[in-house]
Design a binder for this molecule. Structure first.
Ligand SMILES: CC(=O)N[C@H]1[C@@H](OP(=O)(O)OP(=O)(O)OC[C@H]2O[C@@H](n3ccc(=O)[nH]c3=O)[C@H](O)[C@@H]2O)O[C@H](CO)[C@@H](O)[C@@H]1O[C@H](C)C(=O)N[C@@H](C)C(=O)N[C@H](CCC(=O)O)C(=O)O
Ligand SMILES: Nc1ncnc2c1ncn2[C@@H]1O[C@H](COP(=O)(O)OP(=O)(O)OP(=O)(O)O)[C@@H](O)[C@H]1O
Ligand SMILES: N[C@H](CCC[C@H](N)C(=O)O)C(=O)O
Ligand SMILES: [Mg+2]
Length: 482
């Protein structure tokens, strides 16, 4: 590609540099090679402008920045929004994307909805992929992920790979960071979904309104006019989201008990499954969902809405729900003790999620609900006492342990949770906490190990050591059975 091919995004028309060959796009100077266009982004830790000279030295074809930079030997192209320019350039540079792409946002449920939507499409017969916190799943591919919404260069490289491999349908998670940082601008979206809004990332967003506004970018900026917006109707933040989507000229399709498109009429809970009655277009459907947790019904309905609004027949989508597999680490039944007490691993690491997961297991728990959890370091400190209070209110036994302490002192994090969790047991070592909790289980009890879900490491300081809640639960169950 020539630099001129990025015209309309970058101010290259009529410049001598328009003929330069472009061999790549990057916002990280350390990855610049000859011919790469470097985008200098103002970040949370550093300002990319500082690295412009480094990028030039490494052979950058041009530098894109928010304003002119003096003294560089390569052309500098000034744009209003370098992050937006990066995303649009990456989209154009890589070119191909799966034909039908949907994105889902919300505080909780994104990973589940992305995974469920992929599964419904698979059952419809499409080559489908999902992209998010747990990684990339596509035919013949299952890569572990790190970011919920990948950065635009990685994202568009991935979308091209998927499209080249024949994937026609892809669902992705739109995190508030991703939306705010323009990571999804340039993705050709056919539909968008909204699950719910609760406290999260208050270290990044100054207020919950700001956090909601970031989420709304999916609807008021990214989706084309007339595109379907599938919105869960039973959340306190549903109404303002519906309003924003309508104002943006989208086709609003609501799902849930208050939903018009897919209306939940009735749910019967069993231990590891639930039977729902859903009305769609005046027809009643009985759906036997093989997953525990009220919230999974909400997620399943948003997913079905996304699949239906992009072409899957209603009956097919709803029947596909009967074969859904939960996303790894989302109310994931890892095993049961010999006396029948189930142990779940769950990714609840924020207040609403913890509240939901604990409330979800109560109906089928005849004994005690036991929870093991902690909070991550270098993340929203305000949520710690809130989660302590929720655990104390909704569980019978609370064990406070370490999550990913990162650079913080683990005792300090635990103390902040414990301050609002009278009677909780403190066991810093997560392995020990899991083993002691499993040893405590009586018939009728339920254990939830919350916070790390699918994660395969524990970050202490700057080191990430292998750690898996699944493996520890299995080991503890074996130990107990022996
Ligand atoms: C706080 C945050 O969101 N940071 C993201 C952001 O980094 P940043 O722009 O703030 O980076 P920075 O370190 O300040 O550096 C500024 C710029 O200088 C560049 N640089 C830096 C050093 C150098 O030598 N040369 C150089 O060019 C950097 O590449 C960057 O472009 O943009 C980067 C590229 O897209 C992301 O990788 C990075 O994610 C970091 C790793 C992160 O941990 N993000 C988390 C908080 C996150 O995004 N989470 C969400 C939500 C999770 C969920 O709830 O599901 C997610 O989508 O995963
Ligand atoms: N619809 C929902 N409502 C409330 N809580 C939910 C919902 N769906 C999932 N949860 C809870 O949130 C946790 C994370 O779910 P999931 O990974 O699907 O959400 P996410 O939005 O992708 O979260 P993250 O931003 O952390 O990646 C689950 O383990 C469960 O505890
Ligand atoms: N994407 C989220 C995941 C948090 C998971 C939890 N285990 C923690 O470490 O806080 C974040 O990085 O904030
Ligand atoms: Mg996720």
């Amino acid at each position: 590609m020539k630099l001129r091919d990025l015209a309309g995004i970058l101010p290259v028309e009529g410049t001598a540099s328009a003929d330069l060959e472009v061999t790549g796009i990057s916002s990280d100077s350390r990855q610049v090679r000859s011919g790469v266009v470097f985008f200098a982004l103002a970040g949370t830790k550093a300002d990319g402008v500082t690295y412009a000279a480094d990028a030039a030295r490494r052979g950058a074809a041009a530098i894109v920045a928010g304003s002119a930079i003096a003294g560089l030997s390569v052309p500098v192209l000034a744009v209003d929004d370098p992050r937006l320019a990066l995303a649009l350039s990456a989209a154009r540079y890589f070119g191909r994307q799966p034909e039908t792409m949907v994105a889902v946002t919300g505080t909780s449920g994104k990973t589940s909805v992305a995974a469920f939507t992929r599964q419904i499409w698979e059952q419809t017969g499409y080559a489908a992929a999902s992209i998010g916190t747990t990684g990339v799943v596509a035919p013949g591919r299952n890569d572990y992920g790190s970011l919920t919404t990948p950065d635009p260069v990685a994202l568009h490289q991935l979308l091209k790979e998927l499209a080249d491999a024949g994937v026609t349908h892809a669902s992705m998670e739109a995190s508030s960071h991703g939306l705010d940082q323009r990571r999804l601008d340039g993705v050709r979206l056919a539909a968008g979904g909204f699950t719910n809004l609760g406290r999260d990332h208050m270290d990044y967003h100054p207020t919950i309104e700001d956090y909601h506004r970031a989420k709304l970018r999916l609807f008021d900026t990214l989706l084309p006019k007339g595109a379907p917006a599938v919105i869960f109707a039973d959340d306190p933040w549903s109404a303002p989201t519906i309003q924003a989507a309508q104002a943006a000229g989208l086709e609003v399709l609501t799902v849930g008990r208050h939903g018009d498109f897919l209306r939940l009429k009735r749910v019967e809970h069993e231990r590891h499954r639930q039977r729902a009655e859903v009305e769609a277009g005046g027809v009643l459907y009985e759906v036997d969902l093989p997953l525990a947790g009220d919230f999974q019904i909400s997620n399943a309905l948003v997913s079905a809405g996304l699949a239906i609004s992009t072409g899957t027949p209603v009956a097919k989508a709803l029947m596909a729900l009967e074969k859904l597999k939960g996303a790894p680490g989302r109310l994931d039944l890892v095993g049961t003790t010999t006396n029948g007490a189930p142990v779940y691993v769950d990714y609840a690491h924020k207040p609403d999620a913890l509240e939901n997961v604990l409330a979800s297991v109560r109906p089928f728990t005849t004994g005690r609900v036991i929870v093991v959890f902690g909070c991550g370091g270098d993340r929203d400190r305000g949520k710690r006492p809130i989660m302590g209070e929720i655990a104390t209110r909704l569980a019978d036994v609370v064990i406070v342990t370490d999550d990913n302490p990162r650079s913080e002192v683990p005792e300090t994090i635990r103390a902040a949770i414990l301050a609002a969790a009278p009677g909780a047991i403190e066991i810093g070592d997560r392995r020990q906490a899991i083993h002691e909790a499993v040893a405590m289980l009586h018939a009728g009890d339920t254990l939830i190990v919350a916070g790390k879900g699918h994660e395969e490491g524990q970050t202490i300081g700057t080191e990430t050591l292998h750690f898996s809640d699944h493996e520890e639960v299995r080991a503890a169950l074996r130990e107990r059975a022996a």
